[in-house]
Design a protein around this ligand. Structure first.
Ligand code: GLC
Ligand code: GLC
Length: 810
């Protein structure tokens, strides 16, 4: 069942009923001010950091699910309603929500009155604009009141939801005409305040929540709206809000537009006050003036569209498969930009107070957005590398505001270091910026201890070699990519973190997955060294890679697939020998070992991928392991804590499905790769939205596996490495256009279902028009570049500004 449709022309998803199977959200903002907005106007906004600079309040896991947002109420006679359906839930004559790139437009109609709410964050500003357009579509004159509503969060979102003994006494506001200011804690150490403004005279306002709602009412039944009159309350402590009241009269057919600005303002410390106790409003006034007319709003929205047109023009596919087109051209890169901005901080599944930026996550995210914002990718790489330790290991997370590593999740995840090499290589392939390798970058943010970025990569590479276990495979440490495979944890105490607890210290538990990573990523490191004139080091690196490959084939091969790990006791994890209540095969090493080319010549690669097909594939995607762990295993940790079919215990973890797609292309099975692609790509799941439940325009981290009660149901949409990896799989391997160090590789491998397609790829300033005739679809290609046949699959890079025409028979 569908709950809307794609509008590819406008790059929007159009939701046509408020009653979707879950709140379907969008993101506003792409610089420093961000908002989350659901199709029912739920959500919140923040400046830079969702935990420390939260502007508006949101209640996670509430009843109903989506509680709190920027709400508008229309009160007409005895009737009142919300154009977004929530929170009043009065039936609407029509409803539509258009989620576009960086904006959302919600339109509701009742009693012949149409109200359109447009939300976006204009480029260059630290504010959300809410434009309300009201049209009288009835034949009678209308006079009604429009109430706005936003609830302030007292900045630190964690404290805001816990420290009530203090918080109920600190709230402060100021009112100045049509601008309602929130200035809690401004009197002490904060140099910032927030404001909610409307570009018209108001009939009244409220800033005290209890006065506005009445103590015993919910969002859907504010006393003030029911009475049709503001009470001009001035909050003092408790819960400050901002609500304007506008009196509106509309002749039949008439339209009126109001512009609300919800903004964040910083003031230099020595200029904080206009006079004692009165905040300096000058910077706020500048912001307000920028959006005092609908024409300014229209211009700002056009600028935002231009911005996205530019970004999405960098990789453009045209094929007969419109679902593939819309994933590759619009929604997947869009999601990649959102993961760039948010990492794993704020979504409807990530509360904004939990995780910082992950070392491994950020490096992988980079692969999905590096072509969109290369300069920012460069900055991100330096930030990440600056948190690395001198021995090559890494904090698992760092804080976006301070850019420092934090110990919340500690360190010692032995896959972390290698991801840095992958990120750096991806960046250089895209940009040709070899100079980044010479940048002096600190270890653990210590300016007195610096080395080149290339040296950082060396430390990453050597960290693996310095931490090998009894079989010569890499030690897993706290965990590898699978955060939940905790082989040294041994936790029997509730509330202990699986990730930071190490009740046994041993140097035995090994990861075949990290070995696969090492073989896949090691040659990238060698290429960096080679280019930088370190031929000996490159040779050494390749020698180590070769050795590791042999080790994997000797001790990491289980007979029909790759083993997952050896545990603390040296017992095999993910083996045919494991009992039926345990996982016998896990997905991760099958993907990465084949991506690294292990067993491609000798047949193990094909065997492993056949085993994936047979044992892990389902109608909704590939599960992480099979069978699921039936019971908790103290020697395995969190993986065995989940009920069968969910998350890392046999869920369909959409992040690593693309590894299998890529691996399939490595052995030339494009049709199979495409089949896997379509199983989890959201646009193909639109028709089963009632099962899938999350947004049909973005990936979710997990879809419940075949052993779960609700097979096919997705959770944790938006902020997941799934976005980057699926974009890489589709754009670089299936469609096959991939920047390499010395040229643009063109090597489609997508089967023959799509007989032909074209890709326009901008890279390093040149434009490549690539026409593909897809007769084999198995990665065998014949290329003609500007009319001349070339051998191999590497199109040499052209000068910036050049247009290169490539014909490809694949
Ligand atoms: C989550 C984490 C990621 C991890 C994955 C598997 O997506 O963000 O770092 O690799 O789970 O455990
Ligand atoms: C991974 C998993 C998640 C877990 C987290 C930290 O991200 O996906 O289940 O909560 O690791 O434990």
């Amino acid at each position: 069942m569908k709950f809307g449709h794609f509008d590819d022309q406008n790059r929007e998803y159009v939701i046509t009923t408020p009653k979707t199977p879950y709140p379907w959200i969008n993101y506003l903002g792409s610089e420093s001010f961000f908002g989350l907005v659901s199709h029912q106007a739920g959500g919140y906004c923040f400046f830079r950091d969702a935990k420390l600079r939260r502007l508006t309040r949101y209640r996670y896991n509430n009843v109903p699910t989506d509680s709190g947002g920027r709400y508008f109420y229309i009160s007409e006679g005895k009737d009142y309603w919300s154009p977004s359906y929530m929170p009043v839930k009065r039936e609407l004559e029509s409803f539509e929500c258009r989620h576009g790139l960086g904006y959302s437009k919600i339109t509701g109609k009742r009693g012949g009155l149409k109200a359109e709410l447009l939300f976006f964050v204009p480029l260059g500003h630290t504010a959300e604009v809410h434009q309300v357009t009201l049209t009288n579509e009835s034949s009678a004159k209308k006079s009604f009141k429009l109430f706005s509503f936003a609830e302030w969060c007292l900045w630190n979102a964690q404290d805001d939801s816990a420290n009530f003994q203090r918080n109920f006494s600190t709230g402060e506001v100021e009112i100045d005409g049509s601008t309602l200011y929130h200035k809690t804690e401004y009197r002490e150490r904060r140099d910032h305040y927030a404001l909610y403004h409307v570009n018209a005279p108001i009939a009244g306002f409220d800033t005290d929540r209890e006065t506005f709602f009445g103590l015993y009412n919910g969002f859907g039944e504010p006393d003030v709206v029911a009475a049709g009159e503001s009470k001009n309350s001035v909050a003092s402590g408790w819960s400050p809000i901002a609500s304007h009241c506008l009196v509106v009269e509309l002749a039949p057919g008439e339209t009126k537009t109001f512009v609300f600005t919800l903004g964040y303002v910083e003031v230099p410390r020595d200029q904080k006050w206009e006079k004692p106790g009165v905040i300096n409003k000058q910077p706020a006034k500048k912001l307000i003036e920028a959006f005092s007319t609908p024409a300014q709003v229209t211009a700002a929205l056009a600028k935002l569209r231009e911005h996205w047109n530019g970004l999405l023009g960098l990789y453009a596919l045209s094929s007969k498969d419109e679902k593939l087109n819309r994933m590759v051209n619009i929604w997947n890169p869009y999601q990649c930009m959102v993961t760039f901005n948010m990492s794993r901080s704020a979504s409807y599944f990530e509360s904004g107070i939990g995780r910082g930026m992950g070392f491994r996550d950020s490096n992988q995210d980079l692969l999905g957005f590096v072509h969109l914002v290369p300069e920012r990718a460069r900055e991100r790489i330096i930030d990440i590398a600056s948190t690395q330790f001198a021995d090559g290991s890494a904090y698992h997370q760092y804080q976006p505001l301070t850019k420092r590593g934090n110990n919340d999740i500690g360190s010692g995840f032995n896959d972390d270091p290698l991801w840095l090499i992958l990120g750096v290589a991806g960046y250089i392939k895209e940009t040709g910026d070899w100079g980044i390798l010479d940048e002096q970058v600190p270890f653990d943010n210590d300016e007195n201890n610096k080395a080149t970025l290339l040296e950082h990569c060396k430390r990453s590479f050597d960290h693996v070699l310095n931490n090998l276990g009894p079989h010569g495979l890499p030690l897993i440490g706290r965990a590898d990519w699978n955060d939940c495979l905790n082989l040294n944890c041994f936790s029997e105490t509730p509330d202990e973190s699986y990730q930071t607890t190490g009740n046994r210290v041993g140097r035995t538990a090994e990861s075949v997955f990290i070995a696969g990573m090492f073989v896949h990523i090691g040659p990238e490191y060698a290429a960096l060294c080679q280019k930088k004139g370190q031929a000996d080091e490159a040779k050494r690196a390749l020698g180590e890679v070769k050795k590791m490959e042999e080790t994997v084939l000797r001790d990491g091969w289980d007979g029909e697939w790759f083993l997952r790990a050896y545990d603390f006791f040296g017992k095999k994890v993910g083996s045919r020998e494991c009992p039926p209540g345990d996982a016998q095969i896990l997905i991760e090493p099958q993907g990465f070992c084949v991506m690294g080319g292990i067993g491609v010549e000798t047949g193990q690669a094909k065997q492993a991928l056949d085993a994936v097909k047979e044992r892990l594939d389902t109608r909704y995607g590939i599960v992480l392991n099979n069978p699921p762990y039936a019971e908790y295993h103290v020697e395995l940790g969190e993986i065995s804590s989940y009920p069968p079919g969910y998350k890392e215990n046999a869920g369909i973890f959409c992040h690593n499905n693309p590894w299998i797609m890529i691996a399939e292309t490595v052995i030339g099975r494009g049709d199979r790769a495409f089949e896997y692609y379509k199983k989890i790509a959201p646009a193909y799941l639109e028709e089963i939205s009632e099962i899938h439940r999350t947004e049909p325009y973005v990936y979710s981290q997990m879809i419940a596996g075949k052993d779960a009660v609700n097979h096919g149901e997705a959770k944790n949409s938006w902020l997941t490495g799934t976005a980057a990896w699926n974009f890489v799989a589709a754009s670089q391997y299936l469609l096959g256009v991939r920047p390499e160090f010395e040229g643009l590789s063109v090597k489609p491998c997508i089967g023959t279902e799509i007989p032909e397609f074209t890709v326009t790829r901008k890279c390093r300033g040149a434009t490549y028009n690539i026409k593909v005739k897809n007769v084999r679809g198995n990665g065998d290609v014949k290329l003609t570049v500007d009319g001349k046949a070339i051998s191999g699959n590497l199109v040499p890079y052209a000068a910036a500004g050049a247009v290169v025409n490539v014909e490809c028979e694949a």
